[in-house]
Design a protein around this ligand. Structure first.
Ligand SMILES: Nc1ncnc2c1ncn2[C@@H]1O[C@H](COP(=O)(O)OP(=O)(O)OP(=O)(O)O)[C@@H](O)[C@H]1O
Length: 310
């Protein structure tokens, strides 16, 4: 059984008037059932308001279910006696690292979580060393977080969560405030943590190119789980994704348009090689003077971003 499980989960935001009468009920999560395997890298996609953040907050016990159940490592989040163990097991990283970083210098910030948990001092330092190394921030340990770039700050926030030794980390749009380089740094860090430390990752994101290397992608719409599969499977369903108001990576969209026009291309996300192999003979035929001898047409490279082309 998985490390995070939700069964028929319902969450309703309820607005009440001064007399505590219910004025409005907004069902943000509607009968969501999902089972996340330990060690998986799972990306959660969904349009604004589809319920992604509400789901994340249920895992960490910030919000408790209105119906159904969430288990983290077999602990029911509705059982108050488990709340601290649940938070140690499932760490949360939010969109804005400034809200999560409190230390005056980086190493102090990373040690803050374990210190609060009462971890002995020498063990705290071991964890700080290990966490900073894992996110590639050892060289910055004595710097003030204010002097760091957005991507570096977010890596410090991730190190701070890692120092609590979680089995999984849930990240709610951790790259939303970062520039493309910062985004790449953070996503690469998450894959390192997942592969080397076997930390389960649940990444909520709006950026399609960030889900391409995930083991599994789940798509939410209107509080429900509407798609579930590998990135390749999910991106094979361009029309369905569009019906949930999700953008498809440019290169996938291009491949889809080419297929509609009769070009023989494989389904799903194309590797650069698959795309080139399929498209180059056609390009050479159509624009013989513009395709160089290495078989690389510079214009093709602009069809998708590096990461989307993979
Ligand atoms: N504090 C709140 N009070 C009332 N309704 C809320 C609250 N937070 C979220 N909602 C509503 O719950 C639904 C799901 O919101 P949620 O923030 O979970 O979606 P999301 O997929 O994370 O969106 P986004 O991508 O914009 O962050 C939306 O209809 C939203 O308006």
């Amino acid at each position: 059984m998985g490390i995070i499980r939700a069964s028929k989960l319902i969450y309703e935001y309820i607005r009440r008037d001064e007399d505590e009468h219910v004025e409005e009920v907004n069902r943000a999560i509607d009968q969501l059932t999902v089972d996340i395997k330990k060690g998986d890298f799972v990306a959660v996609l969904g349009h604004n308001g589809s319920g992604k953040s509400t789901f994340a907050k249920q895992i960490n016990g910030i919000l408790l279910p209105s119906g159904g159940t969430v288990w983290v490592s077999d602990m029911n989040t509705s059982d108050e006696s488990h709340i601290w163990d649940i938070r140690k097991t499932a760490g949360m990283v939010f969109q804005n690292p400034d809200n999560q970083i409190i230390g005056n210098i980086v190493e102090e910030d990373v040690g803050f979580g374990p210190e609060n948990l009462g971890v002995p001092t020498d063990e705290i330092w071991k964890r700080v060393d290990r966490s900073l190394a894992a996110v590639g921030m050892t060289a910055y340990r004595l710097k003030s977080p204010n002097k760091l770039s957005g991507g570096q700050k977010q890596r410090v926030a991730i190190a701070g969560v890692m120092a609590m030794k979680p089995q999984c980390i849930i990240l709610d749009e951790p790259t939303a405030m970062l520039d493309p380089n910062g985004r790449k740094e953070v996503i690469a860090t998450l894959h390192e943590l997942n592969k080397k430390e076997n930390i389960t990752i649940l990444l909520i994101t709006h950026y399609m190119e960030e889900v391409i290397d995930a083991d599994r992608v789940i798509v939410m719409d209107d509080g429900k789980l509407v798609m579930d599969g590998t990135p390749r499977e999910i991106f094979s369903h361009v029309q369905e994704l569009k019906s949930y108001r999700l953008d498809v990576p440019q290169v996938t969209e291009l491949a889809w348009e080419l297929k509609k026009a009769g070009v023989d291309l494989p389904d799903g996300i194309l590797s650069r090689e698959e795309f080139m192999n399929a498209i180059l003979p056609l390009m050479k035929k159509r624009f013989p003077d513009q395709v160089n001898l290495e078989g690389y047409c510079p214009d093709v490279g602009t069809f998708g971003t590096e990461s989307a082309v993979k």
